[in-house]
Design a protein around this ligand. Structure first.
Ligand code: PBG
Length: 329
């Protein structure tokens, strides 16, 4: 008790603080999301994501080499699909020469050791902007998971190391695991978005890929029938339990900062690696405040990433990966 116990002794100088710090970040913690578009020589800044770009495959080559050189060892690929290729079946998602499949090969050719993770969901391919097939005003579950299984197999055939289902259909992890195994891809992993909330923080991402749900009569223009209700905590355990039972190798909480209680819940309940996705809206908020001079961008960025890790994340998918890796040296 005071005065014999003085906690400030362990905060006296940088050396002692470094010695007793419980959590530290490393570039090994980060997954880098990348947005891919058709074309050549394209590196276009995303409106609500200053400093973040959509890039064509030729630009992607140099990008992944650079990332690898910075100690960043995993990328998570997203594609912006041309409107003419969108439909309500997800057909283009299965095209062996589709943009995603070519992007996977491009990364593996440019930088063979880079871990390639791929987004598995129908929204960038959907004329309705939904993660699944739509019929009679509903997002069909089982018809969708069948396509997601085939889509995952197609990504594995192109060279993906892990597929990352972000759709929140019931049973999709089991269907995907089976499709991969049957296709001979027993070593391809699954990072499942297990506790993905129906969040309003995904706006900048949806404009980056032009994948927002359409406003059309009788079709929901939000994702609340499949993504989780932000009010729910126990349900995150239920969702994650099922994903692990169905074969998920890594589970995920998304978004990040508003959901750190969920991250801690999962950390305490499960012993598999936990990823957190610090999403586009979180990135946009900090960039906007920093641009106004209201927040110190680097300091707040590192504090946020550290807090995500302290909450229990092993991996963080973040648009700040490059900047943070640079600072971590
Ligand atoms: C697609 C998907 C989304 C994100 C990742 N995968 C958008 C959504 O669910 O609507 C969001 C990522 C971000 O906002 O950074 N299923």
């Amino acid at each position: 008790m005071y005065p014999s116990i003085r906690n400030r002794r362990l905060r006296n100088n940088p050396a002692i603080r470094d010695l007793v710090r419980e959590t530290a970040l490393s570039p090994n913690d980060f997954i880098v999301p990348l947005f891919i578009v058709e074309g050549t020589g394209i590196k276009e800044e995303i409106g609500a994501m200053p400093g973040y770009f959509r890039m064509s495959l030729d630009v992607l080559k140099g990008e992944v080499k650079q990332l690898w050189g910075m100690g960043l060892k995993a990328v998570l690929l997203f594609v912006k699909v041309e409107d003419s290729l969108k439909d309500n079946s997800g057909k283009e998602a299965l095209n062996p020469d589709g943009l995603m499949q070519r992007a996977i090969k491009t990364v593996k050719e440019a930088c063979p050791q880079m871990l390639v993770m791929t987004d598995v969901a129908l929204d960038p391919y959907s004329s309705y902007g939904h993660d699944g097939i739509v019929a009679n005003g509903k997002i069909l579950n089982d018809a969708t998971t069948a396509v997601l299984g085939e889509m995952s197999l197609s990504h594995a055939q192109a060279g993906a190391d892990l597929v990352a289902p972000s759709d929140m259909m019931d049973g999709r992890v089991g269907v995907i695991r089976q499709a991969l195994d049957t296709g001979g891809f027993t070593d391809t992993g699954i990072m499942s978005y297990s506790a993905k909330y129906a969040s309003s923080f995904y706006g900048p991402f949806r404009s980056a890929l032009d994948s927002a749900p359409v406003a059309e009569k009788d079709i929901p223009n939000d994702k609340k029938t499949y993504q989780m209700d932000p009010g729910n905590r126990l349900e995150a355990i239920r969702e994650t339990t099922l994903d692990i039972e169905e074969g998920a190798d890594i589970v995920m909480v998304k978004p990040g900062l508003c959901y750190l209680d969920i991250v801690r819940d999962l950390r305490e309940a499960f012993d598999v690696p936990i990823a957190v996705y610090q999403v586009s809206g979180e990135y946009a908020m900090l960039k906007a405040a920093a641009a106004k001079g209201w927040l110190d961008e680097e300091a707040v960025m590192m504090e946020q990433l550290l807090s995500i890790k302290r909450a229990g994340a092993d991996l963080i998918a973040t648009y700040f990966a490059r900047e943070a890796a640079k600072l971590l040296g």
